[in-house]
Design a binder for this molecule. Structure first.
Ligand code: URA
Length: 212
């Protein structure tokens, strides 16, 4: 398997177990949703290892000590609609205090480039660490457009959490933005002619919301 600089693959047995549930076409919607939620948690844990915490005094019921906390003013989660919400659910289940944004993008049939049609971001994106959630890093065109948008707003550092990534999409994104760090449960083989990831898991949004 090709290795990509800046990409962390979660190869532990629990993540791979959940990923296998996602891949299996016989997995029903509720189990699919639960597995994507859980992978959202695992990705968030891996991504937060990149952050620093601040020390501050706290009191336990017995004595004083020093705590280590994450600064939610310096962090934002962004879900790429609509399947990103499946991962975001897991992320906010463990870090409910983090502000969340949503971006919708679609391919413009004339230019074949991704066009952002919806954007609702937390205030003061500038100088925050941003965790972008999108289960499927396929061609990478949408992600590139979103990174461009966030960089134009002076986002401090950008991390991407994806259940699956295709080598083509990783090359596309990282050749333009080598400073981005990407976390995934698998780098799959390739894209098919319709831009689906192989072996993949199908259409993540359809399987999450039962719209197929
Ligand atoms: N989006 C999906 O939902 N699945 C793919 O395989 C690629 C993009």
């Amino acid at each position: 398997m090709t290795e990509f600089k800046g990409v962390t693959t979660l190869r532990d047995p629990l993540t791979q177990h959940k990923l296998t549930e996602l891949r299996d076409k016989n997995t029903q919607k509720h189990a699919f949703r639960q597995a994507l939620h859980d992978i959202g948690i695992f990705l968030t844990i891996a991504m937060t290892r990149e952050l620093s915490s601040y020390s501050h005094p706290i009191e336990t019921p017995l004595t004083q000590t020093t705590g280590a906390s994450l600064d939610f003013n310096k962090l934002a989660f962004i879900s790429i609609l609509r399947a990103g919400n499946g991962l975001l659910d897991g992320a906010i289940s463990i870090l409910p205090g983090v502000p969340c944004g949503f971006i919708g993008a679609e391919r413009d049939s004339a230019t074949l480039k991704a066009r952002v049609y919806y954007e609702k971001l937390p205030p003061n994106i500038a100088h925050k660490s941003i965790f972008i959630f999108d289960p499927m890093l396929a061609t990478g065109h949408t992600l590139k457009a979103i990174i461009e948008l966030l960089k134009a707003k002076n986002a401090h550092s950008i991390y991407v959490g994806a259940a699956l990534a295709a080598p083509e999409g990783l090359s596309t994104v990282l050749s333009t933005y080598p400073d981005i760090k990407i976390f995934t449960a698998s780098i799959d083989e390739k894209l098919n002619e319709k831009g689906y990831i192989l072996p993949g898991l199908g259409d993540a949004g359809d399987r999450l919301y039962g719209t197929e």
